[in-house]
Design a protein around this ligand. Structure first.
Ligand code: DQA
Length: 144
């Protein structure tokens, strides 16, 4: 089974970016941890980050159709990225939306997700381990 792990804008700055909100774990460390667990379970992980909505959509269109699951932290696109939402909505694979911070305890503009209605589920506020939890759910619920 192929799993897509997509990261939206500014998540390449994890570790340096507002560490009090997002922690000190880097994106590279997250990708390694998720990949190790995926490979140990016999799955393949394709990880990709972009600051550009179209680039994320390009990867979803190219790689999403035969994926067994998608884990995505859309960053700020969460709150207004309608083209990204449409790209996700067109896929058959289960989609887990992950946020490192608890967006519902933060500014009001973060309380709305245009992605959530097309996602299977959402994990928010559990730090970078939310990605591992999303992977565990995909691995346990999808045949591979
Ligand atoms: C985030 C929350 C978003 O509101 C923000 O724009 C991000 C990161 C999170 O992981 O908590 O870039 O998705």
């Amino acid at each position: 089974m192929k799993i897509l792990l997509l990261h939206g804008p500014n998540l390449n700055m994890l570790g340096r970016r507002e560490p009090d909100v997002y922690g000190r774990t880097t994106l590279a460390e997250i990708n390694v941890a998720v990949r190790e667990r995926a490979v140990a379970a016999g799955a393949e992980l394709l990880a990709f980050q972009s600051n550009h909505e179209g680039a994320l959509i390009d990867v979803l269109q190219a790689e999403g159709w035969d994926a067994g699951g998608v884990i995505i932290n859309p960053g700020a696109f969460t709150h207004y990225g309608l083209a990204l939402r449409d790209a996700l909505a067109s896929l058959n694979a289960p989609i887990i939306e992950v946020h490192i911070s608890n967006v519902y305890r933060r500014e009001p503009f973060r309380h709305t997700s245009v992605i959530a209605p097309v996602a299977t589920g959402q994990i928010a506020g559990l730090g970078w381990r939310g990605y591992l939890l999303a992977l565990d759910w995909l691995l346990s619920s999808v045949e591979h």
